[in-house]
Design a protein around this ligand. Sequence first.
Ligand SMILES: C[S@@+](CC[C@H](N)C(=O)[O-])C[C@H]1O[C@@H](n2cnc3c(N)ncnc32)[C@H](O)[C@@H]1O
Length: 311
Amino acid sequence: MTALRDIAPASTELQTAFNWRENARAFDVRPFLKQPAQITPHYATELGALFSGDCMNVLPQLQEGIADTVFADPPFNIGKEYGSNTNDQQPDERYLEWCQQWLAECIRVLKPGGALFVYNLPKWNVPLGYYLMQQGMEFRHWIAIEISACLPIPKRLHPSHYSLLYYTKGSPKTFRRIRTPIQICRHCGGEVKDYGGHRDAMNPDGVTLKDVWTDIPPVRHWKFKSKNRKCNALSTKLLDRVVEMSTVPGDLVIDPFGGSGTTYAVCEEKHRHWIGSEIDFAEDIAERLQGGHIRSHKSDDWVEPLPQQHT
Ligand SMILES: C[S@@+](CC[C@H](N)C(=O)[O-])C[C@H]1O[C@@H](n2cnc3c(N)ncnc32)[C@H](O)[C@@H]1O
């Protein structure tokens, strides 16, 4: 892990004390800022920079057209307890208005052809997808991420997926094909499907990744999340896919809702640059990146080889 030392305690105010001279090897985020003197990171590694504070104080400070991919996993407005600075229970209109504000910034900071992923409940991703279309973004996929831990709701179907919207700013600049292994029965070791009699014609590297992901594990065990478990965490397997599919090493990924820093940890592992913000848990993220003690979920994905200039 390439983490450098963290600079100051977490705060909702943007830090102003980052010492660039003491952190000469840190990723220099200043060329990506409109007014570098206005905001400084809370923490940095050789590959990325994390701001402690509201993403709506950070995103507008970023230059236009800098990101290859933006990944956003905001609070879902379901009354969940995050840190003291998040109100996860707002009137629907206000929540959607807020989402549109940060989405507009996400679109602005994307390069032409850059990818935008938004993870949320289907209920919110319906209007947010429509908003993205209105902003001229190109629809790629509605990815259904199967979840197991949801309780049944009276008079409804049993909710069993979250939605991951995948849009690009014009036609995609990077799309690397991913394949998943041919499914094997856990008990008998035989193949689960017969592929309609076309098994011989199957690609030995696996089947093209579908837009329904049933193999993303929940993050429950302490090994896979921050020690004090206050912040939410997605599986590294989900972020592995997002990052591999839409970027190459050296690209820049922005995630405005840091949580426990899963996106940044995956970027570190895969040698992507990253810029992030987190309103309550910046210190936990710094700890995670510094300690390198949180395990990744195993991924069996096959990823299309990199174009020659990146190998
Ligand atoms: C669902 S979690 C993200 C989890 C993250 N994807 C991960 O896997 O580690 C959402 C996070 O956004 C943070 N947050 C909420 N409002 C924010 C804001 N306005 N700016 C920055 N972060 C915010 C919350 O504190 C919470 O940690």
